[in-house]
Design a binder for this molecule. Structure first.
Ligand code: ATP
Ligand code: MG
Length: 340
């Protein structure tokens, strides 16, 4: 039986992933790479919507994200990595989807609204991005899309547009499902917004042990707690959220220690500093093997580039096949020669 397909991707707005990207999406990709035929793309076209003035960083960021994929254990023998801008078929398919899409549906997209609220410029490109994203998902005929909760609405829109296309022109696209990670939205170190590459509230998978320590020691905890003897709150406290996400699941012993800290924190028997020091240890234990792997691949940039190039070639062939099917279904295959 043919394996089902995964498609998911990341914006190269920076050269590293953060803890939120990991628990929201990367972790599921690693887990499912044997079971699914996995396509992962670097969404450089999507970066342009908010970072059109930072194109000089793109190449470095793309290399950094590739290192990130390989360092968390995505296996290039199993996963097809590709670069969005090298697959013009996606943009063409997006256009065909756009003529089926009402402006009002896009205007209501929660993810688009969030971007505008956080200061993104209201360009035509930004408005078009949910359609491009549907084309990203539908072009490789994905069945499953592992994403954080912030992107769930995009997968839902992709489903709607796939259904509409299939009803109008015949079955071309499978209907994709979102798969949300263990932690749907990881909060940032500021305790306010979602951890994000662009908000200066992230711990990166490539951060050194010292940087992790500095960031954790400066983290927001429970604002109602002034002294270590005050009873503390663990809900919505990012220190405990990170302990649960990166500690509790790692071993029964750590789970026990985290539970013990939670109890003591609630009754005012442990200070923030002790809890934070413990978190530094947990995060560095989690990050150490990732850092090591990244350093190995960093020594071999040609190999990393080769992996991306080969993946892009393979993904392009798939995209060409889908585009042909799309045009045939839409009866747009007029005046094509037999050799095409
Ligand atoms: P940017 O700020 O540039 O948009 P980002 O951190 O939001 O960066 P993306 O490249 O947009 O990262 O998203 C990559 C993947 O990580 C997506 O699947 C997204 O849903 C997921 N993700 C991003 N931030 C979080 C978070 N804080 N918690 C859980 N998942 C997240
Ligand atoms: Mg994002």
């Amino acid at each position: 039986m043919m394996k089902k397909r995964i498609l998911t991707g990341d914006r190269p707005t920076l050269d590293s992933f953060h803890l939120g990207n990991y628990v929201g999406s990367l972790k599921n990709r690693v887990k499912l790479q044997d079971e699914y035929e996995t396509f992962i793309f670097i969404a450089d076209l999507h970066s342009l919507t908010t970072h059109f003035d930072k194109t000089a960083d793109l190449e470095k960021n793309i290399r950094g994200l590739m290192l990130g994929y390989l360092s968390v254990g995505l296996d290039p023998k199993k996963v097809t990595f590709f670069l969005q801008s090298k697959i013009p078929e996606i943009v063409e398919i997006a256009y065909y989807l756009s003529v089926l899409t009402s402006r009002s549906v896009i205007a209501r997209q929660p993810a688009l609204k969030e971007k505008l609220d956080s200061g993104a410029q209201d360009t035509v490109g930004l408005f078009y991005y949910p359609i491009l994203m549907a084309a990203d998902i539908l072009t490789p005929k994905a069945n499953l899309v592992p994403v954080g909760k912030d992107q769930k609405s995009h997968v839902e829109f992709s489903r709607d547009i796939a259904i509409k296309f299939n009803n109008l022109y015949g079955e071309v696209f499978p209907i994709p499902e979102p798969l949300i990670g263990d932690v749907p939205t990881l909060i940032g170190t500021d305790g306010k917004a979602k951890m994000s590459k662009s908000l200066n509230n992230a711990i990166y998978l490539s951060d050194s042990a010292d940087v992790v320590e500095k960031k954790v020691m400066g983290m927001y905890t429970d604002p109602t707690r002034i002294r270590a003897t005050d009873p503390g709150h663990i809900e919505n406290n990012p220190v405990f959220i990170y302990l649960d996400a990166f500690g509790s699941t790692s071993s029964p012993q750590v789970e026990q220690e985290v539970n013990d800290l939670k109890k003591r924190y609630t009754v005012g028997q442990v200070g923030d500093i002790e809890v934070k020091k413990y978190l530094v240890q947990i995060l560095n234990n989690f990050l150490d093997p990732i850092r090591k792997k990244r350093a190995e691949y960093e020594k071999n940039p040609e190999l990393v580039e080769q992996i991306l190039k080969e993946g892009t070639e393979k993904a392009r062939k798939e995209a060409q096949k889908t585009l042909d099917e799309v045009k045939r279904a839409m009866k747009l295959d007029y005046f094509t020669s037999d050799s095409e």
